[in-house]
Design a protein. Structure first.
Length: 398
């Protein structure tokens, strides 16, 4: 027998929460574990601009033939415009090349494959804490992993000094995974001043940034959320960006992501492009088309582009309102000062509660939160916020 020696793999810690949530019979149950946007009714909606673009494709699409290995050129250009700014020379001067990958996850894996296959780096530094899949992806690609401090649990804030201290131990040529905005899982981002210092630090240490840009537009705005990336562009001649349209377009199951390589010259970029295309060819052959064509249609059609930006703002504003409302209600319930969650950005919040308190919330109240205390703010709405605040306050007060 070939497979009889295998053991049952542990369930994914986040997706496993969803399974447990579905099986829970508590009528008041609340799922704050899964990282997808939900509207006021607890539904992950299809954006109106996406539906309109899909209708255009249904009416006008003439072929289902393969895309180029790197995706449509227009997709690459529009992605670079979003990431770097429409008028930035790097959009069209040939120094940057973009590849459609299956989601931000696929972009990270292709980046890891490229770095290992071309013997560019051996070790990657990842924030502590981080998105749970970063270590698995980079390890599977063949990179050694190391951690750098990011979060101070006592102050519930970003520990910038410790971050720089840890990365001072990195060797020249090491890779550093950088969360561009809406840090997953803490929701804590660098200030503009810290970004400027950090970008100069990365350049001085000759470290290669691998920027995880999964949440553009979910923090403070499309332009504001790109500030850190653009500071790194000013200081670092070469780096990689893994970006995603899963969140800001709500197209989670279409797997629409991109890997952009910024190079020191257009000549080097051509060589990089050829090698990353080989990595993609080995991994997926060609990218999926539907989601990419939706993104191109929306971003290149002024009416749909305006509609998308409005829908994105509505999602962002709703999540911020839920942060503020939860903080207010927790304070009113005597749970303490939770104003720190209002300073966090994006879809996730570190609530600063223990694993034991997380487990008690699940068992006694049917409230599902990742064991680290990370909660998906998008799962909060006007219908469940009072129940959530009361349960949290009761558990915290013991």
């Amino acid at each position: 027998m070939f497979f009889d020696h295998l053991e049952l793999a542990p369930a994914d810690p986040i997706l496993g929460l969803t399974d447990a949530f579905k099986a829970d019979t508590n009528p008041k149950k609340v799922n704050l574990g899964v990282g997808v946007y939900q509207n006021e009714n607890g539904v992950t909606p299809v954006l109106k601009c996406v539906k309109a673009a899909e209708q255009i494709l249904v009416n006008e699409e003439q072929s289902k033939s393969y895309l180029p290995i790197s995706g449509l050129p227009e997709y690459g250009r529009l992605t670079r415009e979003l990431v770097f700014g429409k008028d930035n020379p790097v959009v069209s001067d040939g120094r940057a090349v973009t590849f459609h990958c299956p989601g931000g996850t696929g972009a990270l894996r292709i980046a890891g494959d490229f770095l290992v296959q071309q013997k560019i780096a051996q070790r990657v530094w990842i924030s502590n804490p981080t998105w749970g899949n970063h270590f698995q992806i980079m390890g599977a690609a063949g990179l050694e992993t190391a951690k750098y401090t990011y979060y101070n649990a006592q102050t519930k804030s970003l520990d910038f000094d410790a971050m720089l201290k840890d990365l001072s131990g990195a060797a020249h040529g090491d890779v550093v995974i950088v969360h561009a905005c809406c840090h997953n899982p803490t929701g804590l981002d660098l200030t503009p001043e810290q970004w400027e210092q950090f970008a100069a630090f990365l350049a001085d240490k000759k470290l290669l940034p691998l920027i995880d840009f999964a949440y553009q537009g979910f923090g403070r705005g499309l332009e504001e959320d790109a500030y850190g990336v653009r500071q790194i562009l000013k200081h670092c001649p070469e780096f990689l960006v893994a970006s995603s349209y899963s969140k800001n377009f709500g197209m989670y199951n279409e797997r629409v992501g991109a890997l952009t390589a910024v190079c020191a010259s257009a000549e080097i970029a051509k060589k990089v492009e050829s090698q990353i295309k080989l990595s993609i060819r080995c991994a997926i052959s060609n990218p999926p088309a539907h989601g990419e064509k939706v993104v191109v249609t929306v971003l290149s059609t002024p009416k749909l582009r305006a509609q998308w930006e409005q829908e994105l703002a509505e999602m962002r504003d709703r999540m911020r309102r839920m942060r503020e409302l939860l903080a207010d209600k927790l304070g009113a319930a005597g749970a303490g000062d939770f104003s720190f969650i209002v300073t966090q950005n994006g879809m996730f919040s570190f609530l600063g509660i223990t694993k034991e308190q997380v487990e008690k919330l699940r068992q006694e109240y049917g409230i599902y939160i990742v064991s680290s205390g990370r909660a998906c703010v998008a799962g909060i709405n006007d219908n469940n916020v009072d129940y959530l605040a009361d349960a949290l306050a009761t558990v915290i007060k013991g």
